[in-house]
Design a protein around this ligand. Structure first.
Ligand code: F6P
Length: 383
C-alpha cells in the first residue's frame, strides 16, 4: 500500500535531461520525482542538461511542480547536447568535469539522475568514473538505439507520429499517382524507419543497416506500376547508404567517403567533431528514382515533428514505470546503473555495460523478415 505520510529526509538527488528531447521526458521526471519524494528524498531539477550542472542553474522540485506534466511533450527542465568534458565556454571547448563534480557536492547530492540517449549514458559514466559521483540513467531516444534495453522511451511516440505521416502520404500519393519519399530520423539505427514503415505499409523501407541498390529499388517500383499500383511510399532513414557509399566507407576503414555535389555541415555530436554529409538523402533518392522510373516523385522530411508533442499511452506507462523504478533504486542507494527494460520488467543494468554501444537493427531481426514477407522492398535484394 502507498504511504500517505511524509517520510523523513533521506537525502537529495539531482535530475537532468540531456541530448535531443523526445515525448515522455516530463513523464519520467514526474515518475522519478514522485517516487523519490515518496521515499523522503529531496529532488533538485538541473536546467539544460549537463550545462546547467556546470553553471549551477537549478530548481527545487516539489509535488506541485511535477503535477499535470505527464502528458506534456518536451522537458520542462530544458535540454542541451553539451558534455561536461568538452563544453563550449566562450566559444572554446573546455573540460568542465571538475566544475560539474564540485557543483554536485555543493548541492549536497547523493546521486545525479540523467535522462538521455547514448551520449548521455557515456557522459554520466564518465562523471562517475572520473568524478567519483553516483549516477542513475534512463534510456531516452526516439532512435531506440541504446544498448542493454529492449526499448527506449520516446520511440513509441515517434513511431506513431511517423506512421500517421505515412498514412497521410498514402492518400495524397494515391490521388496524384506519385511516389513519395518520406525521410524519418535515425542516423545509424533504422528502428524508427523500419517500425513506422511496416506499421504504415510503406512499399520500400531503407535503413542504415542495409545498404541499398538503387536499381533494385527502381525495379520494385516499376513492378508495382506494371501490376496497376500507381503510387508508392518509400520510407528512408536519415543515415541510409547506397552500396557504393557503404563500399567506399569500408575501404576508407571507418572514415566517411569524400563528399560530392551539394553538401551541408552538421555536427557529429557523439564524436564532438564537425563532418560533411550529403544533401538530405530523401531528395537525392527521389531525384534518382524519378529519373529511373519516370514516375513523378515528391519528398517529405518529417524532421523534428517526430520529437514533438505528447507521448503515447504506451510511452506514458513506460516512462512512469521506468521513473518510479529509478525512485525505488534511489531509496535503496542502488547507483551507477541504467534503468532498462528486459522483457516485462524494468531492471537496473550496470551503466558500464550499457554506455558506449549503439543498438542497431540486427540483420536477422524479425521485423526485417516481417517486412520482406509482406513484399516490402528493403533495397538489398529483389522483393
Ligand atoms: O538522437 C535523436 C535524434 O532525434 C536523431 O534521430 C536525429 O538525427 C537527431 O537527434 C537530430 O538532432 P538535433 O535535434 O540536434 O537536430
Amino acid at each position: 500500500m502507498v504511504r500517505k505520510t511524509k517520510a523523513a529526509n533521506k537525502g537529495t538527488i539531482g535530475i537532468l535531461t540531456a541530448g535531443g528531447d523526445c515525448p515522455g521526458l516530463n513523464a519520467v521526471i514526474r515518475g522519478v520525482a514522485k517516487a523519490a519524494m515518496h521515499h523522503g528524498i529531496k529532488v533538485i531539477g538541473i536546467h539544460d542538461g549537463f550545462r546547467g550542472l556546470v553553471e549551477n542553474r537549478y530548481t527545487i522540485v516539489d509535488n506541485p511542480l511535477v503535477s499535470g506534466i505527464l502528458a506534456q511533450g518536451g522537458t520542462f527542465l530544458g535540454s542541451s547536447r553539451d558534455k561536461p568534458h568538452k563544453m563550449p565556454m566562450g566559444g572554446k571547448p573546455m573540460d568542465m568535469t571538475s566544475v560539474a563534480v564540485a557543483n554536485y557536492h555543493k548541492l549536497n547530492l547523493d546521486c545525479l539522475v540523467c535522462l538521455g540517449g547514448n551520449g548521455t549514458q557515456k557522459n554520466a559514466l564518465r562523471l562517475h568514473q572520473q568524478g567519483g559521483i553516483n549516477v542513475i540513467t534512463l534510456p531516452k531516444t526516439i532512435d531506440n538505439d541504446v544498448a542493454e534495453t529492449d526499448i527506449t522511451f520516446g520511440f513509441d511516440s515517434a513511431m506513431s507520429i511517423a506512421t500517421e505521416a505515412i498514412d497521410r502520404l498514402h492518400t495524397t500519393a494515391t490521388s496524384h499517382h506519385r511516389m513519395i519519399v518520406c525521410e524519418i530520423m535515425g542516423h545509424s539505427a533504422g528502428w524508427l524507419c523500419l517500425g513506422a514503415g511496416i506499421a504504415g505499409g510503406a512499399d520500400v523501407i531503407l535503413i542504415p543497416e542495409l545498404p541499398y541498390d538503387i536499381k533494385i529499388v527502381a525495379n520494385s517500383l516499376q513492378r508495382r506500376q506494371r501490376s496497376g499500383k500507381r503510387f508508392s511510399i518509400i520510407a528512408v532513414a536519415e543515415g541510409i547508404l547506397s552500396l557504393d557509399e557503404a563500399r567506399a566507407r569500408a575501404v576508407a576503414k571507418g572514415k566517411k567517403p569524400k563528399s560530392t555535389g551539394e553538401v551541408r555541415t552538421v555536427e557529429n555530436r557523439d564524436e564532438g567533431e564537425v563532418r560533411l554529409v550529403q544533401e538530405p538523402v530523401a531528395s537525392r533518392l527521389a531525384r534518382q528514382l524519378q529519373q529511373l522510373t519516370g514516375v513523378e516523385a515528391r519528398v517529405t522530411s518529417l524532421g523534428h515533428v517526430q520529437r514533438g508533442g505528447p507521448p503515447t499511452a504506451f510511452d506514458r506507462l513506460l516512462c512512469t514505470r521506468l521513473g518510479t523504478k529509478a525512485g525505488e533504486l534511489l531509496a535503496e542507494h542502488h547507483y551507477n546503473v541504467m534503468v532498462g527494460v528486459k522483457g516485462t520488467e524494468c531492471v537496473p543494468i550496470p551503466l558500464v555495460k550499457a554506455a558506449g554501444t549503439k543498438r542497431i537493427v540486427p540483420l536477422d531481426h524479425p521485423w526485417i523478415r516481417t517486412a520482406r514477407l509482406v513484399e516490402t522492398c528493403m533495397g538489398d535484394v529483389e522483393a
